[in-house]
Every structure is written in structure tokens, then in C-alpha cells.
Design a protein around this ligand. Structure first.
Ligand SMILES: *Cc1c(COP(=O)(O)O)cnc(C)c1O
Length: 714
């Protein structure tokens, strides 16, 4: 039942009967990224012009900008369209007015709480390419859950003129890196009107502060591309992670110092600051300086900042923990430090594992560790590795004495759950989508109808394969391959084969090519006509990572070998949409990092929402999720001294698992055609994984452990 929009008398038409009101409300809805995680909110826009919907990358905002007004008017005349639109509008209204989980779990007597969450990238939707990978996905999912739960949280980040690069493969498999220029007019942004002059060394950079609505959560984004700024300064927010150390350092001054000053100008008063990764650690330096400027001693200021800062570290890969020359940092932060009469070398001393070692560079992670009382890794294993990795920074020799705990990552269920699967779970197990619902619905997956479940898996796989075929045909045509290959791309793959997915950044430690260790053995596995198997790859390397790009090229070359042709495919431009499509439909999700470098990983949590299974190295989140019956684990986690040895051993174990367990489990069918053993395992994965590895649980854990109000305002 759709209610009338307002109950102020009977003369007003009901919303479903009021095209003008619908037009007005859809325009407002298109500006709230709530639609990025609520399919009901996207549905009317997708209906308006299905072809344009694809062109605008599923952005309601851009769709309305580009839609032919005549088409819109005639759609509004259709009752069926108005009905779908009214449902979206009602759901959106209900979302913003209902009592939240946080309302129910806090009391007016609690000390005030306002969380400022800093991150250098946010992955929210495929139409907003402002992210590189897992860190951004986690941050986007964090904000979505914070909004769903009703937490008083605001996000802070940068708005990149070119975002992250678009990846294309040339005919020879080498990567073409393309940075499209993004027209901010096509993004659902609001200009807050706030401008600030951020000190960056001996100059100031003028910054514009934009806002995006993520449901109840505002996300503030800083943009330095303003006329009046020097060309180099305008480029500070050009794109993610580009440029040399100097540029990166300045960009991080902008994020930390500029970001915190922007909050002040917006009259946001955070009681706790969450630094998601060390990129924004200078925010804590700015806060120390602010306290000192207001009359506190350095010691008091440090105590106050530490007690109200949460820091999440994300990588055990050394290069991922940025280090800078001390003199450069001192020069860059001089105005901030001088304004409070602080010693210029304060950040450098704090940013060294050994403060007395003049030769040691400043490490952003160490700086954040020392300015945050509450520090966490993103899985239990990662926290243990981090305690050992950073013990010197804490002046400890025993890692057990290092106060780094863990909050294991999750994924935002509504974002990653395919609509067909969502409907299926609603009907079979009473899934409601309510965050942290009292009713543990996933447990009921144990007893659902096996036939119906296998039908769902078929539907999901078929849809994923047809998506891949379309993409392959586009890739092939764009590369100018002969028409035969384009036609072949459209028929590539099978709808019924065991479909293995591997999609993630092509960072070397992730070992995308582990499966290629013994090509003959792999060819043997893929040549079995009785037990068809196919493998889908997608991934981006860092634009400057030649080794990572070589990985993509190696996969590309294999897809052209006749023995792998049609059985291994590589999709270009891995993004949220590809991630969503592959994790929904692949039967098996492969994760082969070199332990212990995958701090958490989250992509493997997404298939489990759809009844897909994981096959993973015991690293990151999987160590906690694996119970022996909800997926497969490659090896026992022992680490060899030499990487080559470890790679050879892990590859051998992986082939063995595929040959003797995974493929037989998938293809052993009963009289009714069902792979009983596979289905039991898949449903056990549904029962054990989504209920914990989600961002609602994660954000609630941050609230309980990390966002406790500090004794004094931040
Ligand atoms: C889920 C997801 C990730 C995270 O993947 P991991 O390799 O498991 O960390 C990265 N990028 C995209 C586009 C994703 O959807």
C-alpha cells in the first residue's frame, strides 16, 4: 500500500496519482546515494530509459540529466511507472523517518557522540570512479552501514578530478591507462559553500568543500581544482595515488589538515576521529595544534587527541605504509606547527619507530599509531602480524604487549546482494534487510529446499555469464579484433560449467597467476569434457606497477592459447559492477595471496551471500570464517622461507583440491541432478558467513570498542 504523500487534507491527490509530485520527489531521491544500496530506489530510473540507464552507469542523477523530456512526460502518464516510483519514494521516506538501531541502542543521557571518518578513497557506486580497490570499498560500505544503523557519523575525503584510471587491454595484453576527466556537474554533489585556504608548506591551497548524501550520512569531499590555485596545486586532487612522494605528501596534508579544518568551518564538532589508513594522519597533528592554540599544554593536547582517535591500519606490505623525508614533512606542516608554537620536528619524532634515529624517515602509519589510543587491524591474523610489525614503535620487544586489536572487515549486504538472491532469501528464510535484526535469518538456510536453491544458483550463474559475454564482445570489438572473434566472445563460456572467479587488484602478493604454475596440469583440469570448468579473471594493477600489469598480460596471453581459449577469460576495467556481477554468479571464489599479506580481503564475503563457495589460502578474514565445511582452504598456513617454494607448494595443493575435491563435489549429481555434497557445503557457508562478515556488525563493533565518547570534546 502506498500512502498519500502528506495527510493534510483530502484535496491533495495520492502520490501515485500525482505526476508532478513524483517528478519532484524523484529528483530529490536521485541526489541521495541511498539508491546505491537500495535496488527499490533505482528501479524507477532503470525503467525510464533502459538503454540510457546503461550509458549513465546506473546513475539516477545522470539519467535525469540526460533523459529526453518527452519520454519522461509520457512515462509519468503510465500508472505502472508511477506505482514503481511511488514505492521507491515511500521506501526512501520511510528510511529517513524510521527509528534507527542507534536510536534504540543509545540514550539521551549518553555523552554526545559525533564521529568523523577520514579516508582517501570511497567506493560507493560504479558511476563514481573515486576508488582504487578494497580500502575504498570498505570505506563506502562503512558509511552505508553507519547510515543504516543511524550512527552520527560524517565522512571526509578528497574529490578527484580524474578519479582512478580506466583500464583497457591492447591487442597484445599490455595495459592502456586512461584518466577520463570527470564533470562534477554529473555527480550528485552539493557545494557546501565552504572554501578554505589550506596551508601546504609555504603556500596556501584554496579548497572547495563538496557534500554528498549517503542516506543519513554526509560525505564531505575536498577539491583543489580551483581557478586561482597554481597549476601544480590544482593537480593535488587530480587523481588517486598518482604522482611522486612530494605530491602524495601534499595531498595528505590536504586530506588531514584541510579535511579537519573543513569540518570546523562546517560547524561539525566530532567527538571522535576515525583515521581509516594512515593517509589522513596529519588530521591528528592539526588537532594537537588546535588544542595547543586554545591554551592546552602539549601533553594535555596529546592526551586529548589520543583518547579520541581511532586508527585502522590496513596493510602488512611495507610499501603500503608511506614514508617521507622528515625535512619535507617539517616544511609542509610548518604553518600548522608554528601557529601553535610547536617544535617543527614534533611530527617526525612521532612518526619514527625510533624517535632518536635521525636517519629514519617519517612513516604515516607510525604517526597514526602514536596519535591514536585505539588501533586495530582488519582481521585477527592481521592484528597479530601488526603487533609484531609495529612493536618497535611501541618500544616493545614482545608483540603481546602491543595494544593493537582487531575489528574484522565486512561487506555491506544490501550493496552486494543481487536482487534475485535478495528476493529468494526473503521468500525462503525471511531475510528482511533490517540491520542487526534480532532474528538470525541466515541460520534457516540450512533447511531450505535444495532444488530451489540450485535453481537460484543456475539463474545467478547464467546472468553473470551473459554479462561477461556482453563485456567480452565489447572488448573484442573495441580492440578491432576480427568479427569472428567478436562472435566467439558472444558465445564464450558455458552456462552450466563450474565457474571459478578471481577478481581483485593485480598486486603481486595476491598471486593471480598461482593457477598457472603448471600449465599442463591446469590444461588437464580444463580439458575434462565430462566435468567442465571455466575461469574468469578481472583486475587492475596500480598504474605505475609494471609487475602487476605483466600479470594482466600473462593472463591475456593464456586466453589466446587454444587449449585455454573459451575456458579462461579476462575482463578489463575491474570495478564495483564487475565485482558485484562476478561475486553473484561464480560458483567458486579463488583467493591465493601470499600469506600473511592479505590483511583481510572482502571480495570472498560477497559470493557467500549468493550461495557461492570460497577456496582460499588461510589468510585475512578467511582464517576466522573457515570451519572446515563452508569452503576449501589451500594448505595449513605454514610459511616457507623462500617465496618460490611457497608458491610451488601452494599451487600443488590448489591443483590437488580442484582435482580431488572441488570439481568432483560440483559434478557428482544425484538422480535428480543435484550435487548434494556441494549444496550442503554452500548452504553451510550461507549459514556461517554473512551473519558475521558484514559491515553492520563491523560498524557496531567500532561503536562499542572505538567510538566511545572521549572525556573531552575532540
Ligand atoms: C570487494 C572489492 C574489492 C576488495 O577485494 P579484495 O581483493 O578481497 O580485498 C576490491 N575492489 C572491488 C571493485 C570490489 O568489489
Amino acid at each position: 500500500m502506498i500512502e498519500s504523500n502528506e495527510s493534510n487534507g483530502s484535496s491533495r491527490p495520492r502520490l501515485v496519482d500525482d505526476p508532478r509530485a513524483i517528478r519532484h520527489r524523484l529528483k530529490a531521491l536521485a541526489k541521495d546515494l541511498w539508491w546505491s544500496w537500495n535496488e527499490i530506489g533505482r528501479r524507477p530510473f532503470a525503467m525510464l530509459d533502459p538503454e540510457l540507464w546503461e550509458t549513465v552507469r546506473h546513475s539516477p542523477f545522470r539519467l535525469l540529466q540526460q533523459l529526453d523530456p518527452n519520454i519522461y512526460s509520457s512515462r509519468l502518464e503510465e500508472a505502472s511507472f508511477r506505482d514503481v516510483a511511488a514505492r521507491a519514494i515511500a521506501a526512501h521516506h520511510e528510511y529517513h523517518t524510521r527509528r534507527t538501531w542507534y536510536d534504540a541502542n543509545s540514550s539521551p543521557e549518553d555523552p554526545p557522540l559525533r564521529i568523523a571518518y577520514f579516508c582517501s578513497e570511497y567506493a560507493i557506486h560504479e558511476s563514481l570512479p573515486q576508488y582504487a580497490g578494497g580500502l575504498g570499498v570498505l570505506a563506502g560500505d562503512h558509511l552505508k552501514s553507519a547510515s543504516d544503523l543511524g550512527l552520527p557519523l560524517v565522512g571526509v575525503g578528497l574529490l578527484y578530478q580524474h578519479g582512478y584510471y580506466k583500464q583497457e587491454f591492447r591487442g597484445d595484453g599490455t595495459t592502456r591507462v586512461i584518466y577520463p576527466s570527470i564533470d562534477f556537474e554529473t555527480m550528485p554533489l552539493d557545494d557546501t559553500g565552504v572554501r578554505l585556504d589550506c596551508p601546504v608548506g609555504d603556500r596556501t591551497v584554496r579548497v572547495r568543500v563538496w557534500a554528498m548524501s549517503m542516506g543519513r550520512v554526509p560525505l564531505y569531499l575536498l577539491d583543489a581544482n580551483l581557478p586561482g590555485n597554481r597549476v601544480e596545486d590544482r593537480a593535488l586532487t587530480a587523481s588517486l595515488y598518482q604522482g611522486d612522494d612530494d605530491i602524495r605528501l601534499q595531498r595528505q596534508v590536504l586530506l588531514g589538515v584541510g579535511g579537519f579544518r573543513a569540518l570546523r568551518l562546517l560547524e561539525e564538532v566530532p567527538t571522535v576521529v576515525h583515521l581509516n589508513e594512515g593517509h589522513a594522519a596529519f588530521a591528528a597533528v592539526e588537532r594537537v595544534a588546535e588544542h595547543v592554540r586554545s591554551g592546552q599544554s602539549l601533553e594535555q593536547a596529546m592526551t586529548n587527541v589520543r583518547s579520541s582517535t581511532v586508527f585502522t591500519t590496513h596493510t602488512p606490505v611495507s610499501a603500503g605504509n608511506q614514508r617521507y623525508e622528515p625535512a619535507k614533512v617539517e616544511a609542509m606542516l610548518a604553518p600548522v606547527l608554528d601557529s601553535a608554537n610547536l617544535d617543527r620536528d614534533l611530527p617526525t619524532r612521532l612518526g619514527r619507530e625510533d624517535p632518536g634515529n635521525q636517519d629514519e624517515p617519517l612513516c604515516m602509519t607510525v604517526l597514526a599509531l602514536k596519535l591514536a589510543e585505539r588501533v586495530n587491524g582488519v582481521s585477527e591474523l592481521h592484528a597479530a602480524v601488526s603487533r609484531d610489525m609495529w612493536k618497535a614503535a611501541y618500544g616493545q620487544s614482545n608483540p603481546d604487549e602491543v595494544p593493537i586489536t582487531h575489528v574484522t572487515n565486512g561487506v555491506h549486504t544490501g550493496t552486494w546482494l543481487a536482487p534475485v538472491a535478495e528476493r529468494f532469501w526473503r521468500e525462503t528464510i525471511g531475510y528482511t534487510g533490517e540491520p542487526l535484526a534480532q532474528d538470525p535469518c541466515w541460520i534457516r538456510a540450512e533447511s531450505i529446499n535444495r532444488h530451489a536453491f540450485w535453481e537460484l544458483r543456475h539463474t545467478l550463474r547464467r546472468r553473470t555469464i551473459s554479462f561477461i559475454r556482453r563485456r567480452l564482445a565489447v572488448q573484442s570489438r573495441r580492440r578491432g579484433e576480427n568479427p569472428e572473434r567478436v562472435v566467439k566472445a558472444r558465445r564464450a563460456l558455458s552456462d552450466t560449467a563450474l565457474t571459478i572467479g578471481f577478481a581483485r587488484r593485480f598486486a603481486t602478493y595476491k598471486r593471480a597467476t598461482l593457477l598457472f604454475h603448471d600449465l599442463d596440469r591446469l590444461a588437464g583440469i580444463l580439458a575434462n569434457e565430462e566435468y567442465p570448468v571455466q575461469i574468469i579473471f578481472a583486475g587492475k594493477a596500480h598504474p605505475a606497477d609494471a609487475e602487476g600489469q605483466a600479470v594482466a598480460q600473462q593472463i591475456h596471453e593464456l586466453t589466446h592459447e587454444s587449449r585455454f581459449d573459451g575456458r579462461i577469460v579476462l575482463l578489463e576495467n575491474y570495478d564495483i559492477e564487475i565485482g558485484r556481477r562476478l561475486t553473484a554468479g561464480c560458483d567458486l571464489w579463488l583467493n591465493t595471496p601470499r600469506r600473511p599479506f592479505e590483511a583481510s580481503g572482502t571480495s570472498g564475503m560477497k559470493p557467500t551471500l549468493h550461495g557461492g563457495l570460497n577456496c582460499s589460502i588461510p589468510d585475512g578474514w578467511w582464517v576466522e570464517a573457515d570451519d572446515g565445511n563452508n569452503g576449501w582452504t589451500i594448505g595449513d598456513g605454514s610459511e616457507a622461507d623462500r617465496p618460490e617454494v611457497q608458491d610451488a607448494r601452494d599451487a600443488d595443493l590448489l591443483y590437488g583440491l580442484l582435482e580431488h575435491e572441488i570439481i568432483p563435489a560440483f559434478w557428482n549429481r544425484d538422480a535428480a541432478g543435484l550435487p548434494q555434497a556441494w549444496i550442503e557445503r554452500a548452504l553451510h557457508s550461507v549459514v556461517t558467513i554473512p551473519s558475521f562478515f558484514n559491515t553492520d556488525r563491523m560498524v557496531a563493533q567500532y561503536l562499542k570498542w572505538g567510538y566511545k565518547p572521549a572525556s573531552v570534546p575532540a
